[in-house]
Design a protein around this ligand. Structure first.
Ligand SMILES: [Mn+2]
Length: 367
C-alpha cells in the first residue's frame, strides 16, 4: 500500500483519507444520510459527508490505539437512494410534526397517510441497512454506522443479533433514553430506537450513560425492564461531587456489560460545546475526554466491541466544529473496536493453547 500516514490529508471521498480496498479492511463504515423523524432541528443527514470532508484534518496516529488503523478501515459507497427516500419522507414527517405542534393528534384522519408514509420509509431503511450490514458481517468485517439521526442503526443491531445469537449488551451514550414506544406517530423514531432495540431478545443489557432529558413514561419503562441500567448525568455528577472519580464510575458502568458490546453513541451525550448544532441539545453531559476514557476502560476490560454507531452529529454551514468532533470520535470508535477484536482473537488463541496443553497431559479441563 502506498498510503503515507505522515503526509498531508487529501480529500479522496473516504473517511480519514484511507485507501484500503474492501478486501484489505477489517472494518467497514456504513454512511446513512437520514434524518426523517427528527423532532426539532434536522441536518444530521449531512453528517457522513461533512465528517469525510473534516477527515483531512486528522493525524493518523491514535495515541491510545496506535497501530489499529493498519487493519483497514473501508468507506462503503454512500447509497444515494437513502438520501432521496429521506427527502421524501422528511416532507411527510414535517407535515405530521407541524399538525401536532398546532394542537392536532397523530391519529387524526387527515394526516394518517403521512404517518404511514414515514413508517413505511423507516421500514424500508431498516431493511436496507440490515442487508448491507448482513453482507459485511458474512464477509467477516466489523461494521460501524455513521448516521444520520438515531433511528438509523436498528437494521445493523438486527443483523448483529443474528450473527451473535449468544447475545450482547449495548453501551448507550446519550442525553436521551430513547425508550418511547414510538413518538409523534413514528414507530421507528429517533426517540424510540432503544425501545426497538430491546424488542430484540439478543440484546441482553442496555447501559445508558449521561441521560438527562426523559419522560415519566420512559423512566417507568426503564425501571420495570430488568435489562436496562442507567447512569444518569445527575447521578454521575452527584457522586462525582461527593468524591467518586471518573475511573471508578467507568469501572462501575463497564462491569454491567457482558463480554460482547455494541456502542451506540449519540453526540448529544457530550456537553453541547462539542456539538453546538446537534438536533436536540441538553445542558450537562460528558466531556470529550471523559467519553474517550470510558471507551478506553471498556477496551482495557478485555470486552469485545462487535459494532457501533455514531449519530446526531449535525454539521453547521458556518463552523466545522461539529464535524471535527464527530470525526475524532468516529476515529476513536474505529480504533477501539479494532483493538478490542484483537483481545478476542488473543483470548481465543490462549484458550486453544491451554486446551492443547491440557489434552497432551491427558486432561479435559476445557472440553
Ligand atoms: Mn439524544
Amino acid at each position: 500500500m502506498t498510503f503515507n500516514a505522515d503526509s498531508t490529508g487529501v480529500y479522496n471521498g473516504a473517511y480519514f483519507g484511507f485507501e484500503f480496498t474492501i478486501e484489505q479492511s477489517q472494518l467497514s463504515l456504513l454512511s446513512v444520510e437520514w434524518d426523517t423523524t427528527v423532532s426539532y432541528r434536522d441536518g444530521s443527514s449531512n453528517a457522513p459527508q461533512a465528517i469525510i470532508e473534516a477527515s483531512t484534518q486528522i493525524e493518523i496516529l491514535d495515541t491510545h490505539y496506535p497501530n489499529q488503523w493498519q487493519k483497514g478501515i473501508y468507506t462503503l459507497p454512500i447509497d444515494e437512494e437513502i438520501s432521496s427516500q429521506n427527502q421524501r419522507a422528511r416532507l411527510a414527517a414535517k407535515t405530521v410534526i407541524e399538525h401536532i405542534e398546532n394542537g392536532g393528534d397523530e391519529t387524526d384522519s387527515q394526516i394518517a397517510k403521512y404517518v404511514s408514509e414515514v413508517n413505511n420509509a423507516s421500514i424500508w431503511l431498516n431493511d436496507t441497512i440490515y442487508s448491507s450490514a448482513h453482507k459485511e458481517l458474512e464477509a467477516g468485517r466489523i461494521v460501524g454506522l455513521v448516521g444520520g439521526d438515531h433511528s438509523t442503526p436498528l437494521g445493523l443491531i438486527k443483523a448483529l443479533a443474528e450473527h451473535h445469537s449468544d447475545g450482547f449488551g449495548i453501551l448507550h451514550i446519550d442525553a436521551h433514553m430513547d425508550l418511547r414506544d414510538g413518538y409523534e406517530g413514528f414507530h421507528y423514531s429517533h426517540a424510540s430506537i432503544m425501545r426497538r432495540a430491546l424488542d430484540i431478545k439478543e440484546v441482553t443489557q442496555l447501559i445508558q450513560v449521561g441521560v438527562r432529558d426523559f419522560s415519566l413514561g420512559e423512566l417507568e419503562f426503564a425501571t420495570s425492564e430488568p435489562r436496562v441500567t442507567q447512569f444518569s448525568d445527575a447521578a454521575l455528577m452527584e457522586s462525582r461531587f461527593e468524591g467518586t472519580n471518573w475511573l471508578q464510575q467507568c469501572e462501575a458502568i463497564i462491569s454491567k456489560l457482558p463480554q460482547k458490546v455494541y456502542i451506540s453513541f449519540d453526540i448529544d451525550g457530550l456537553d453541547r460545546s462539542y456539538c453546538p448544532s446537534t438536533g436536540t441539545p441538553v445542558p450537562g453531559g460528558l466531556s470529550y475526554n471523559e467519553a474517550v476514557y470510558l471507551i478506553l476502560t471498556l477496551t482495557r476490560s478485555g470486552r469485545t466491541i462487535i459494532g457501533f454507531d455514531l449519530n446526531e452529529v449535525c454539521p453547521s454551514q458556518d463552523d466545522e466544529w461539529d464535524a471535527i468532533v464527530g470525526m475524532r470520535m468516529l476515529y476513536k470508535l474505529c480504533n477501539a473496536t479494532l483493538s478490542s477484536n484483537e483481545n478476542e482473537k488473543y483470548t481465543k488463541r490462549c484458550l486453544l493453547r491451554i486446551r492443547v496443553i491440557t489434552q497432551k497431559k491427558g486432561g479435559c479441563l476445557l472440553n
